[in-house]
Design a protein around this ligand. Structure first.
Ligand code: ATP
Ligand code: 9VF
Ligand code: MG
Length: 275
């Protein structure tokens, strides 16, 4: 139409500002006159301020925290026990994961001092809990954790250096591929997220099953046992999968960049705070 805003009429800084203010799928609002950047910006700022007021009135739940509660409740109901392991871990436990200096992940570790680093994954904590519970609980041992993980990353729209992982595992009876895929299917159906299964390979576990949405990896899943189990005193079969919560939010809400889903001061529930 005659009213259509040609993106070419904006500078790249103006386009960036408009994109930051738009919600996924939202069109640039325009009035009858050929709109000026300032008018569009202030119209969008008003919309976003209203979005915040409505959230404050009606909802007040933060999206990562809410998704954590949803997944947590779902897996507790499926018979998995929730654990919280330390986020500061021994560098030794990264080594016990088979991540040595020629491994891709070894260059992504945030070191704190000579002995400690921030965990890049949940598996070290889960291994230790599997070992503890194996002496206490009946077969099968079903556990999970949801919490922060840290990796130095260079790529942009699908990686965060601080992200939230969900990792469940089941050790003992029922630890087979079919049950693994059923647990993942149950969850992603519950969250209303489409996915495809791709058989893949990784350094830590060898054969992995990747769960993807388009070209975005949502999860890596593994059917054990694997050789590194013996570093942790584990000698039973197991299944497990790790999923990134911010990637689930990116897909669910159609964010172009995962930053909208990250822990941040720039966005709240995917809405710019720069108003
Ligand atoms: P990628 O190949 O995309 O870098 P990965 O295979 O290294 O991911 P895994 O070690 O398999 O990641 O971690 C399990 C899940 O955790 C991933 O499928 C993804 O959902 C999430 N994840 C991993 N790294 C990140 C990151 N930097 N930012 C956000 N989510 C991540
Ligand atoms: C699959 C992604 C080794 C028996 C404690 C559970 C899994 C998860 C792969 C994750 C990782 N492994 N980021 O193990 O569930 O560890 O690379 Si356990
Ligand atoms: Mg992976």
């Amino acid at each position: 139409t005659d009213n259509k805003i040609e993106p070419e009429t904006f500078t790249s800084a103006q386009k960036e500002r408009i994109n930051e203010l738009l919600l996924p799928g939202e069109k640039i609002p325009f009035s009858n006159e050929p709109s000026k950047f300032k008018e569009i910006e202030s119209e969008l700022v008003n919309k976003r301020r209203n979005d915040f007021k409505q959230m404050y009135e009606n909802d007040r739940e933060e999206q990562i925290a809410k998704l954590e509660r949803t997944i947590s409740q779902f897996f507790v109901d499926k018979g998995f026990i929730e654990i919280k392991a330390p986020i500061i871990i021994d560098i030794d436990s990264v080594k016990k994961m088979g991540i040595d200096t020629d491994h891709k992940l070894s260059k992504q570790i945030f070191y704190l001092d000579n002995k400690h680093c921030l965990r890049p994954m949940l598996a070290p904590g889960l291994y230790q809990w599997l070992k503890n519970f194996d002496k206490i609980l009946p077969d099968p041992i079903k556990i999970f954790e949801i919490g922060p993980c840290y990796r130095k990353e260079s790529e942009g729209s699908q990686h965060l250096e601080e992200f939230t992982m969900f990792n469940f595992c089941q050790m003992g009876s029922g630890a087979n591929r079919e049950n693994l895929l059923n647990h993942i299917d149950d969850l992603l159906k519950h969250l209303n997220i489409d996915y495809k299964i791709i058989d893949d390979n990784c350094h830590v576990y060898g054969e992995t099953i990747d769960i993807v949405h388009g070209d975005l990896e949502l999860s890596s899943a593994v059917v054990g046992p694997v050789p590194i189990d013996m570093n942790w005193g584990i000698d039973k079969t197991w299944i497990g999968a790790g999923l990134g919560l911010e990637r689930l939010l990116k897909v669910k809400h159609g964010y172009k960049n995962i930053k909208r889903a990250s822990k941040s001061h720039s966005y709240y529930n995917g809405i710019s705070t720069n108003l």
